[in-house]
Design a protein around this ligand. Sequence first.
Ligand SMILES: Nc1nc2c(c(=O)[nH]1)N[C@H]1C(S)=C(S)[C@@H](COP(=O)(O)OP(=O)(O)OC[C@H]3O[C@@H](n4cnc5c(=O)[nH]c(N)nc54)[C@H](O)[C@@H]3O)O[C@H]1N2
Ligand SMILES: Nc1nc2c(c(=O)[nH]1)N[C@H]1C(S)=C(S)[C@@H](COP(=O)(O)OP(=O)(O)OC[C@H]3O[C@@H](n4cnc5c(=O)[nH]c(N)nc54)[C@H](O)[C@@H]3O)O[C@H]1N2
Ligand code: SF4
Ligand SMILES: [Mo]
Length: 731
Amino acid sequence: MQAVSRRRFLQVSAGAAGLAVAGGAATQAVPSRGPGARGADRVRKVPTFCDICFWKCGAIAYVKNDRLWKIEGNPEDPLSRGRLCPRGTGGVGAHFDTQRLTAPLMRRQVRGAEEWVAVTWDEALTHVAAKMRGIASKYGPEAMALFSHGIGGNFLKHTLKAYGTPNLAAPSYAQCRGPRDVGFQLTFGEEVGSPERTDIRNARCLTLLGSHLGENMHNTQAQEFAEAVGSGASIIVVDPRLSVAASKAKYYLPIKPGTDTALLLAWMNVLLAEDLYDREYVAAHGFGFDAFAAELAPFTPEWAYPITSIPPESIRETAREMARHRPASLVHPGRHVTWYGNDAQRSRAVALLNALLGTWGRKGGFYQPASMSVPEYPYPPYPHPERGRADNPGRKYPFAETAITTGLRDATLTGLPYPVKGWMVYATNLLQALPGEAETLRAIQQLDLLVVLDVIPSEIAGWADVVLPESVYLERYDDLNVELFREPFVALRQPVVEAPADQKPNWWIARELALRLGLQAYYPWSHVEDYLDTRLKGAGFSLAELKTKGLVRGKQPPVFYEEGVEPVFPTPSGKIEFYSLQLKEAGFDPVPRYQPTPEPPAGAFRLLYGRAPMHSFSRTQTNPLLGELMSENEVWLNAAMARRLGLERGAWVRLRNQDGRQSNRVRVRPTERIRGDCVYLVHGFGHTARGLHPRFRKGASDAGLITRYVRDPLMGGTGMSVNFVTLEPEG
Ligand SMILES: Nc1nc2c(c(=O)[nH]1)N[C@H]1C(S)=C(S)[C@@H](COP(=O)(O)OP(=O)(O)OC[C@H]3O[C@@H](n4cnc5c(=O)[nH]c(N)nc54)[C@H](O)[C@@H]3O)O[C@H]1N2
Ligand SMILES: Nc1nc2c(c(=O)[nH]1)N[C@H]1C(S)=C(S)[C@@H](COP(=O)(O)OP(=O)(O)OC[C@H]3O[C@@H](n4cnc5c(=O)[nH]c(N)nc54)[C@H](O)[C@@H]3O)O[C@H]1N2
Ligand code: SF4
Ligand SMILES: [Mo]
């Protein structure tokens, strides 16, 4: 942690004024059935959509005798198909979480110590608005940045665009799926999107690189994966760790971490050498195929073997298996792909392998998604910022079309290309989500204003000047879900129960802030219900209808070429770009090449990380239901290595990384299910925010150990699997 700091963590013990825990309030506002209650239970069903992660599954919440009871999937919803994942089911815990923030907090100097004081919403928002006006007049409105994650950020984005800043970023780009979307965009002219346009349920062969479906619980995908397995599809899993998905696989390839591009090139080499690719599809839609094929000639399975540790015969056999089932042979594009820094090119190799198999636009491959046409609210045009975004000066990362979180952090640190002096942070725990925690903390020291909107006292909230407590998703409206999917739909999130204390929804906060900034013109509506009804009426529906049904589905359009979808590739050539002139002109490899990543020194392990089915990132550990299911993480260590180190199951260790950074203590899980050159942690544990006392320091934080990262030269994503750790026995 930073030695000198003007922003220390939430001091819960000192001046407890600001941190009255919500438990008591919760019982008042949401009374349980009193001892005197008689007669039949009163049960109310409210359709809404989930927010424990960003998949937005349609759900039905049940309220029994005015108390939130349970949540189930909405059978009408195409995403959940009536079933939620374990996290979604545990979502009721978000409402009952005893560690919730209950009132706006402001940092005050009291006798030299820094303390939090609970204030009214009016005080908090008036203060934020005054600070924002100050920043705008001194540095220009571009000096405010918004970091947000999820649909709840929409109204704040609106307010900040109206205020005049272009600097709006989310970790779901440069720390998650950005490289994939750039790799696919460069190849097919379109992104994979979220929800991914993968037709997993119809795949006859499914290849997963990482993509640990079953631990990664994105509901639709996990369900379709189970269906594909159930119907006998061939599953090929490439992972240094025998994941849950790998345990269902016909072929499991325990690859050396960081070498997937070599495997992808070798697979493509086999498809070309053995003439197994989809010639017709390539001839009809491909651009630059001959140059591409020539580039691939040297990359034989024998070439890839010493790099990947996958024997040539396994590479050939799996390539043939993929080809046998094409075009219903999906090579999953992945989602969290910010691994080694050359990730957009690896994702492009995934895209090209799919192109050879003819899966784009085909059943069992990638469908062409659709969405309901719901007009935006007719707002006045936003002011045009004088300066462009600060995150990517000189377009150093030429293919980044979306703002780079870590680029905004750089601008804050350096004042270049211009100073960034205010951060508004909505539903993203930047200290767990961005690599290089020390850089984030240093950047925070440069700020005139840090406002955090959260539901619990998260790590990032601990550094804020103003903390604004939001109501949880079960207590509020949000914007409409009109995401692109296999079939079009529009879904509503609506309040199921009241917030237990003085928490407010994001739309209210965004609007009240705008009013205090003199931006009334951008809020012609006074309640979000007016906003929602206006948008829905524009599409021929109404809020009343959505409140009852939760969602409306549109007619199923054709989604595959074989159903009549016109193949369109919005690339410069109008075709699938096997050879990319765009990349060549920008000085990059027009056909992906393998670039080695440094290996762990002797005695050290590469730190890998991923998901557990019952947790979302660092956001569910205080949820009483989900926290019970898994209260801390373990470090996965190869069993032979554990023996060598004399570590038994359950032994406590601390991980120390190459820069001397040490983790909290964490238990060892010796297992045959991981290679000897890496260890594995579930992300999201090892909280250091004192406000989260029962979860404080439980387990180890992968984020804390990610002090090193490699930027993707195409788009600025941060490859984070480049840290090495040693294990130090504790006690
Ligand atoms: N339960 C749950 N589900 C979630 C989330 C959650 O928080 N909780 N978050 C959602 C989000 S936003 C995302 S982005 C996704 C993330 O989930 P994925 O996109 O599936 O993430 P990955 O990083 O691909 O998956 C981690 C796996 O990759 C393996 N791996 C590590 N390094 C390598 C390598 O070099 N090569 C190969 N082939 N494999 C490697 C690890 O061993 C691990 O099994 O999950 C989503 N689903
Ligand atoms: N080390 C490491 N870094 C990672 C990853 C990793 O696995 N390891 N994963 C990467 C990926 S794939 C992604 S997508 C990002 C995700 O990164 P984030 O989106 O930042 O995810 P969390 O860290 O869970 O932060 C969510 C924050 O939102 C708060 N929150 C929850 N519900 C609400 C709400 O209703 N309203 C408000 N206002 N706040 C709420 C939570 O309390 C928490 O503080 O992280 C990336 N960074
Ligand atoms: S995948 Fe699970 S947590 Fe995410 S929205 Fe769906 S039910 Fe909720
Ligand atoms: Mo993600």
